[in-house]
Design a protein around this ligand. Structure first.
Ligand code: ATP
Ligand code: MG
Length: 326
């Protein structure tokens, strides 16, 4: 039996194989012929075509953490699994957002079947994010975790006995990218593409107020329609990034306020554990710590924390029985 932990994320799919470690990390997208509906490319090969071809469109079958196109999701999973050596039947643990509905899990099950996966279990992101960071978690030791991905943010206070208070929200790096596009259009009268906006966020984006990094971006002049480039600085995109962080932290404060006193005291001592690709942003840990008035720990590999946690659970069936969604 081939045992896999699969983080089928909005922007990237990560796969951990028991006995090997992380064996795949690729864009969660496919290119499809506009007229034919036929799939031309999968994963990273497909993402390279974003915004570049006229007769194909790039489709992300997982949107804000949910499968929105089961056929393409199944085909993409089948493609990813085809890249792994597999002469055995496949058992998969899927990482899903906090409080994931039965209806949404059914979509995963159908896509998994299409890809030839015979046994499936589901574990919510907060558990895996914490386990992937080697956070000590037990029945009596509650933990507070925030995972900020591309389309989904999962926040929860939980112990091995269950989630004490938690939620997932449709906010993440993608919202920041869209807002950065609007912001650059206003500031510089320049329309940039979504890949450019993402790169801009990931290279000069910062939550340190005084960061002054810059990069040159190319786009199209809104008035003349002609190609033009400008230098963009960290402070130019601070507002769109911090705006979404503030929304996330409002919910984090709500959760903290709902906790019983003893749990709340433990949280204040142990701090908050941050993961998800957006947590790679410079200054994010300090920003969160100041706002929540508690220590903030950023994962060593923020975008991999969840799938690494999945890997740990794969190797521990008793733990899997305890935390999987029924
Ligand atoms: N250095 C960086 N600074 C800020 N954001 C970054 C950085 N590197 C990557 N990101 C962003 O992290 C996000 C991807 O993170 P991650 O892989 O955790 O998401 P995902 O699992 O695919 O999505 P989700 O969990 O929302 O379904 C993207 O929005 C990406 O642009
Ligand atoms: Mg994710």
């Amino acid at each position: 039996m081939l045992k896999l932990a699969i983080d089928f994320g909005t922007s990237a799919t990560k796969i951990f194989r028991l006995g090997s470690g992380v064996v795949l990390s690729e864009a969660t997208c496919v290119t499809v012929g506009r007229d034919t509906g036929r799939v031309h490319a999968f994963g990273n090969d497909a993402k390279k075509l974003l915004g570049k071809t006229a007769d194909t469109e790039v489709v992300f079958p997982v949107y804000e953490g949910e499968i929105v196109d089961e056929r393409l999701a199944g085909a993409l999973l089948e493609y990813f699994l085809g890249k792994l050596e597999r002469s055995f039947s496949v058992e998969a643990l899927f990482c899903v957002p906090c409080g994931y509905s039965e209806e949404n899990r059914a979509k995963y099950l159908r896509a998994a079947r299409m890809a030839g996966i015979s046994r499936v279990s589901f574990v919510e992101t907060p558990y895996l994010a914490a386990l992937g960071q080697n956070v000590p978690i037990s029945e009596s030791n509650p933990v507070f975790s925030i995972d900020i991905g591309a389309g989904k943010t999962s926040l929860a206070a939980f112990s091995l006995d269950g989630i004490i208070a938690g939620l997932s929200m449709n906010v993440g790096g993608n919202n920041m990218d869209v807002h950065i596009i609007d912001h650059i259009a206003q500031l510089y009268n320049l329309k940039i593409g979504s890949l450019t906006a993402e790169k801009l966020k990931n290279t000069v984006g910062s939550l340190f107020r005084d960061d002054h990094q810059s990069t040159v971006v190319q786009g199209r002049d809104v008035t003349t329609g002609k190609p033009r480039s400008v230098a963009v600085y960290s402070e130019d995109i601070y507002a769109p990034i911090s705006g979404y962080m503030d929304t996330i932290l409002e919910y984090a404060e709500l959760i903290l306020r709902k906790l019983p006193e003893e749990v709340s005291a433990t949280m204040c001592r142990s701090g908050v554990y941050l993961s998800g690709g957006v947590s790679m942003m410079p200054g994010l840990g300090d920003y969160v710590a100041e706002r929540l008035q508690m220590e903030a720990h950023v994962a060593a590999k923020p975008h991999m924390a969840v799938v690494l946690g999945g890997g740990r659970v794969l190797g521990n069936p008793a733990l899997l029985r305890k935390i999987r969604m029924e």
